[in-house]
Design a protein around this ligand. Structure first.
Ligand code: TYD
Length: 208
């Protein structure tokens, strides 16, 4: 039985997810919550090995289905080893990316079928869904220019059109799941974005 609260952060590259996750985690810890922060792909020993394969630019030949399955495999391990036990223990779990990344990148970016990716991920996660998804929204060009300031990984090397499709995918996800989505303007200072996120979280998380 799930007792905790599951928050996911989503958004295109360079939307500032990791900074904002840390700020939110610090705020919630101060309020007395037990918080676990984690990320995908990764979050476990096995997941981190899978992450190395997924992001390594040398694997140019990776088939889109193999890619989708590797993300789902990392996620299955992540749910079983980290997310579910923490939720069962009543903690707040904040994950940098989750199933919606596969819907945005593998479905809208790569062109795989929604029904298939949704089904594989439902199986991989045992149907575990976030209670709240914060979509950090930033124009694709701005995000990409921030992200590629460091060495680009296999996905970041994709075309601007690919990242525009991913962005459209996220808009569609927010339209389909309004009950758990909160779209936050991710332009401006880190402090102002943090305040917007707190407003979104405060209305849903009872302890705040
Ligand atoms: P990461 O360095 O964590 O990027 P970011 O800081 O933008 O989150 O790399 C994760 C990359 O993998 C990112 O480009 C998005 C992509 N991705 C997918 O394509 N599908 C997925 O299911 C997940 C979790 C990530």
């Amino acid at each position: 039985m799930k007792k905790g609260f599951f928050i996911t952060f989503e958004g295109i590259e360079g939307s500032g997810k990791s900074t904002q996750m840390e700020l939110l985690a610090a705020h919630l810890s101060k309020k007395g919550c037990f918080v676990v922060t984690t990320r995908e792909p990764g979050g476990t020993r096995i997941g981190n090995e899978i992450r190395r394969i997924l992001l390594n630019p040398k694997f140019e030949e990776m088939d889109f289905r193999a890619e989708a399955l590797l993300y789902a495999a990392s996620r299955a391990q992540h749910v079983c080893e980290v997310i579910k036990p923490a939720l069962d223990a009543g903690k707040v779990v904040i994950s940098d990316r989750y199933v919606d990344s596969s819907l945005a990148y593998q479905v809208f970016g790569r062109g795989l079928l929604w029904e298939e990716i949704e089904k594989v991920n439902r199986w991989a996660t045992g149907g575990l869904k976030p209670d709240l998804t914060i979509l950090l929204y930033i124009p694709a060009e701005e995000g990409l220019s921030r992200a590629t300031e460091s060495a680009a990984d296999r996905i970041e090397r994709e075309s601007v059109e690919f990242h525009h499709r991913v962005q459209e995918g996220y808009k569609e996800l927010a339209r389909r799941f309004p009950e758990r989505y909160s779209v936050v303007d991710a332009t401006g200072s880190a402090e102002s974005i943090h305040r917007r996120i707190l407003q979104a979280v405060e209305s849903r998380l009872p302890v705040l």
